[in-house]
Design a protein around this ligand. Structure first.
Ligand code: NAI
Ligand code: COI
Ligand code: MG
Length: 339
């Protein structure tokens, strides 16, 4: 566990409660909590020391809360810890399912049937740190942030998305990019998408520019089944996906290393929410659903399904309720899962 910063600490505690409640009696759960994030940085100046990185390799999976704190310069922890982990453990599939559970509020008219998954590339794009600045702090400052897209990196994530689409009943895969403007990266993505698609004749394909995709996330989200996209577009789209499916407090994710060479890492889509940290207002459901993804990844399908059912029941009964605290929601979910 890497609880991290802000509400990360609060929601991971609830995730652990539910994980413990979900596992069969004969499975011994061993956990270690890593003190990484703002507190550690202030104390030692470290973000992710090699010793911790090495040690993290020994776990079956990682549950992360959130990284980032207003007391630390923006980017230091996000890059030096969170992205460093995703890159070091080659988490090239950033899996972000979106489902509108019954009775969950949505700002969308007509309660569309939303059930899609975004496969966000996790190791490339504009997030690699390939850039720099010249004449920093002067009126002539120039900054670059160059998006890196390799045929190797794009093909493996596109292939993963086709596999997922092929395994789902609707078998539909949408590529989201911006190949009308980002022609170099965009055409590399589109060409690979089209070529790999020939191996999946059952999968219906579609292409949308990212700006148009945001329209359809709001006006016609039911059109999506599996979406594959780059690191930055996927980041932005999945906050929007969360907003239309009950809110950011429900959105789960998995940073997957499909080869199993390194542990995969599961975390809510949201950040450390400094505006509500310490108030008990953080919804731990996103973390609990991330625990379900973790269990599914490790082969505990039935346990993962029980968590999802418990969340669905809890959400169905939430409507009109007085708001509960982070802890109360965690306790209620753990009770449902074990009962
Ligand atoms: N994976 C990670 O660790 C991520 C870290 N961050 C970091 O988190 C910090 C804050 O970033 P923001 O842009 O404010 O995004 P954020 O996701 O932390 O918060 C955005 C808004 O959503 C609300 N919110 C988030 N999670 C919630 C939950 N579980 N229940 C109820 N409300 C919730 C917050 O109160 C806030 O109003 C920054 O340092 C940022 O870099 C941001 C996104 C992901
Ligand atoms: C803080 C960023 C590095 C990550 C982010 O916003 C995300 O993964 O959703
Ligand atoms: Mg994000």
């Amino acid at each position: 566990m890497i609880p991290g910063d802000g509400i990360g600490q609060e929601v991971v505690a609830q995730g652990l409660k539910v994980l413990s409640a979900a596992l069969p009696q004969d499975v011994k759960l061993e956990t270690r909590s890593y003190d990484l994030g703002a507190r550690r940085w202030h104390a030692t100046g470290e973000t992710l020391p090699d010793a911790d990185l090495e040690s993290l390799k020994n776990h079956d999976a990682i549950l992360l809360g959130a990284i980032g704190d207003p007391s630390v310069p923006s980017g230091v922890l996000e890059r030096g810890l969170l992205l460093k982990l995703r890159f070091a453990f080659d988490h090239y599939v950033n899996l972000r399912p979106s489902k509108l559970f019954p009775n969950t509020p949505t700002p969308l008219a007509g309660r569309p049937d939303i059930d899609f998954v975004v496969v966000r590339e996790g190791t490339e794009g504009p997030y690699t740190g390939n850039g720099g600045s010249l004449r920093t702090g002067t009126p002539a400052e120039v900054a670059t942030e160059v998006s890196v897209n390799t045929a190797y990196g794009v093909e493996r994530v596109v292939r993963d998305a086709y596999e997922r689409a092929d395994a789902r009943p609707r078998k539909k895969l949408t590529l989201v990019h911006k190949n009308n403007v980002l022609v170099h990266a965009g055409h590399l993505w589109k060409n690979i998408f089209d070529r790999v698609g020939q191996e999946y004749p059952e999968v219906t394909t579609d292409y949308l520019h990212v700006d148009a995709a945001t329209i359809f996330f709001v006006t016609q989200p039911e059109r999506f089944d599996v979406i594959v996209t780059d690191n930055l577009f996927g980041d932005i789209l999945t906050d929007l996906a969360a907003a239309v499916t009950g809110g950011i407090g429900l959105a789960a994710s998995g940073n997957i290393n499909p080869s199993g060479a390194f542990p995969s890492m599961f975390e809510p889509v949201h950040g450390s929410a400094p505006d509500i940290a310490g108030t008990g207002k953080a919804d731990p459901t996103a973390t609990v659903l991330s625990v379900a993804l973790l269990l599914q990844h490790l082969g505990y399908e039935a346990e993962a399904a029980r968590i999802e059912t418990s969340v669905a029941q809890d959400l169905a009964e939430r409507a009109g309720d007085t708001p509960r605290t982070t802890d109360e929601i965690g306790d209620a979910l753990a009770a449902r899962v074990s009962g």
